[in-house]
Design a protein around this ligand. Structure first.
Ligand SMILES: O=C1O[C@H](COP(=O)(O)O)[C@@H](O)[C@H](O)[C@H]1O
Length: 247
């Protein structure tokens, strides 16, 4: 018999800033519980992470041993690092420029390469640096994700569900409306993470969150519903608006 999928841990706070603070505290606690060694963190873009990076820079500079953190991205857009669309560029200006991170431990997607080459090079970097599970998949300690209003996560969109089972570490994705190219971690890699944490806020996500977390048949068509780490450590940090219709 298949093992039942454990229920995600749901955490609901008043608003986006409270969600960002709760995640920052969660990170501090994770470092405390795992007091030695590196912590491999896959970051995401999005509105709530922006609040998080600003908060970490302003209030957590001294609370975190930054030398233990190794930074990667769950997805990034194929734009220069100084483009406002760059997920890496955002973290650099909001966080890395203000705290004692170790430069050599920051691993952005090499967006100066053509997209397919960038995906392959990024997969090679991740494979070289991270520990692997028995299936040869890299293990991120924390994979932080957002969810778009269309149910996408990382850059796995509803029209490219095959990326949820792709056997590569990274793949090229295309935004369904703008056609913008991106590099994303694939589903098996996200699900091999020791812990996955969604940060989702705002009333524009209420219906999608309910479809996914209430286990409705409609929810299955959205990539975010298929993120079920084999470790069982799945957390959804939400504000009241996003979680309003979760039963
Ligand atoms: O395109 C992206 O969007 C998602 C969700 O962002 P949000 O602003 O709706 O929270 C994000 O997780 C992903 O990294 C980003 O590239």
């Amino acid at each position: 018999m298949d093992k039942p999928t454990p229920r995600p841990h749901l955490h609901v706070y008043d608003d986006g800033p409270a969600v960002a603070r709760a995640f920052a505290d969660h990170l501090v606690e994770k470092l405390r519980q795992q007091p030695e060694g590196p912590l491999f963190w896959a970051l995401s873009g999005g509105s709530t992470p922006k609040l998080l990076f600003k908060l970490l820079a302003e209030e957590y500079g001294e609370k975190i041993d930054w030398s233990r953190l190794h930074f990667f991205w769950g997805d990034d857009r194929m734009v220069p690092y100084n483009d406002p669309e760059s997920n890496y560029g955002e973290v650099k200006s909001l966080l890395f420029d203000h705290v004692a991170v170790v430069e050599d431990q920051i691993h952005p997607v090499p967006t100066d390469l053509p997209a397919e080459e960038a995906a392959e090079a990024y997969a090679a970097t991740i494979t070289e640096l991270l520990p692997q599970n028995s299936d040869g998949l890299p293990i991120f300690d924390i994979n932080m994700l957002g969810m778009g209003g269309d149910g996408h996560t990382a850059s796995i969109f509803p029209d490219s569900m095959e990326l949820l089972t792709d056997d590569r570490v990274c793949a090229v994705a295309k935004h369904p409306e703008s056609g913008q190219l991106r590099v994303t971690l694939t589903g098996p890699v996200i699900n091999a993470s020791d812990e996955v944490v969604f940060l989702v806020t705002g009333g524009s996500k209420t219906e999608r969150v309910a479809q996914i977390l209430n286990d409705t048949p409609e929810g299955e068509q959205f990539p975010a519903a298929h993120i079920r780490p084999t470790s069982g450590n799945l957390h959804w940090f939400m504000d009241r608006d996003a979680a309003k219709e979760v039963k």
